[in-house]
Design a protein around this ligand. Structure first.
Ligand SMILES: Nc1ncnc2c1ncn2[C@@H]1O[C@H](COP(=O)(O)O)[C@@H](OP(=O)(O)O)[C@H]1O
Ligand SMILES: CCc1ccc(OS(=O)(=O)O)cc1
Length: 296
């Protein structure tokens, strides 16, 4: 009971610069902002529920030259320090990154304006994965239903309002995607789409290989495509979060590896919600030349 109360307190959300973050992250904000990135760091950047775990497994498989056994060395949450994560008394994401040998692969959900400045100063590589907002909203809703230490999402109708107003962890989807899209040509950013990864995983994985400065045989690429499929990762205890206790992630409510598809929003959005969302999207993303694929 004491443990769940403590976890609940840590995962309450508080604001930094108008963005909701977990309370323990806010408590640790100075350490996070002073994080010292190194020029050879690779930072995986995503808005929550955009395919973070998927791209992490892909990057690790590439780093390990397709050696599946090496990717089984630890659960995915422990392989790439999550720089803004804090859950005392466990070491923070910053502490884990500081003890990791280079070259490091790190991960974040932070929007550009909250990223520790040293990442820009060191011209690090950023690998951003974007997912269409409607599927992201659906995935985040089910995640908040099953995550027992996050605020209850309420009904779907209530969550729809919460999400479009950006009152969720890591803030507004619109601002997050816009922010990373706008800086992509000024820094070393590989900007990928979840929907492209579903449509042609080999092509997108090849882009990541090149971005990482690696070269892999065709057979290794094929192996990575296979091993990082939704079906494989759903069965893999190192990626499916099955090791997280039920009092934190209750996968009987909704599995972490839930559907892994493009277009599940059609099973959730009413016609009226869809029309309203499209209008809000048009206003908020005006002038941004991104074309999201909404169904495959
Ligand atoms: N290998 C894979 N292929 C496709 N989708 C995947 C995947 N691994 C995880 N996902 C999906 O990515 C979402 C989780 O994102 P994150 O890792 O950023 O939290 C979930 O979406 P759904 O809830 O739509 O199924 C999950 O099912
Ligand atoms: C505040 C909501 C939230 C979202 C994502 C989280 O972590 S992870 O991306 O699933 O590892 C944690 C909390």
């Amino acid at each position: 009971m004491a443990l769940t109360t403590e976890l609940g307190r840590q995962l309450q959300l508080r604001e930094v610069g108008g963005i909701l973050l977990q309370a323990a992250t806010v408590d640790n904000w100075s350490e996070i902002q002073h994080f010292e990135a190194k020029p050879d760091d690779l930072l995986i950047c995503t808005y929550p529920k955009s395919g973070t775990t998927w791209i992490q497994e892909i990057v690790d498989m590439i780093e390990q030259n397709g050696d599946v056994a090496k990717c089984q060395r630890a659960i995915i949450q422990h392989r790439h320090p999550f720089i803004e994560w804090a859950r005392p008394p466990q070491p923070s994401g910053v502490e884990k990154a500081n003890t990791m040998p280079s070259p490091r692969t790190l991960r974040t959900h932070l929007p550009t304006q909250l990223l520790p400045p040293s990442f820009w100063e060191n011209n690090c590589k950023f690998l951003y994965v974007a997912r269409n907002a409607k599927d992201c909203m659906v995935s985040y809703y089910h995640f908040q239903r099953m995550n027992q230490v996050l605020p209850d999402p309420g009904t779907w109708e209530e969550y729809f309002e919460t999400f479009i107003s950006g009152k969720v962890g890591w803030g507004s989807w619109f601002d997050h995607v816009k922010g990373w899209w706008e800086i992509k040509d000024r820094y070393q950013v590989l900007f990928l789409f979840y929907e492209d990864m579903k449509r042609d995983p080999k092509c997108e994985i090849q882009k990541v290989v090149q971005f990482m400065g690696k070269s892999l045989d065709e057979t290794v690429l094929d192996e990575i495509v296979q091993e990082t499929s939704f079906e494989k990762m759903k069965e893999n205890p190192m990626t499916n979060r099955s090791t997280v206790p039920k009092f934190i992630l209750d996968q009987s409510i909704s599995p972490f590896m839930r559907k892994g598809t493009v277009g599940d929003w059609k099973n959730h959005f009413t016609v009226a919600q869809n029309e309203r969302f499209d209008e809000i999207y048009r206003q908020k993303m005006e002038g941004i030349s991104i074309n999201f694929c909404m169904e495959l």
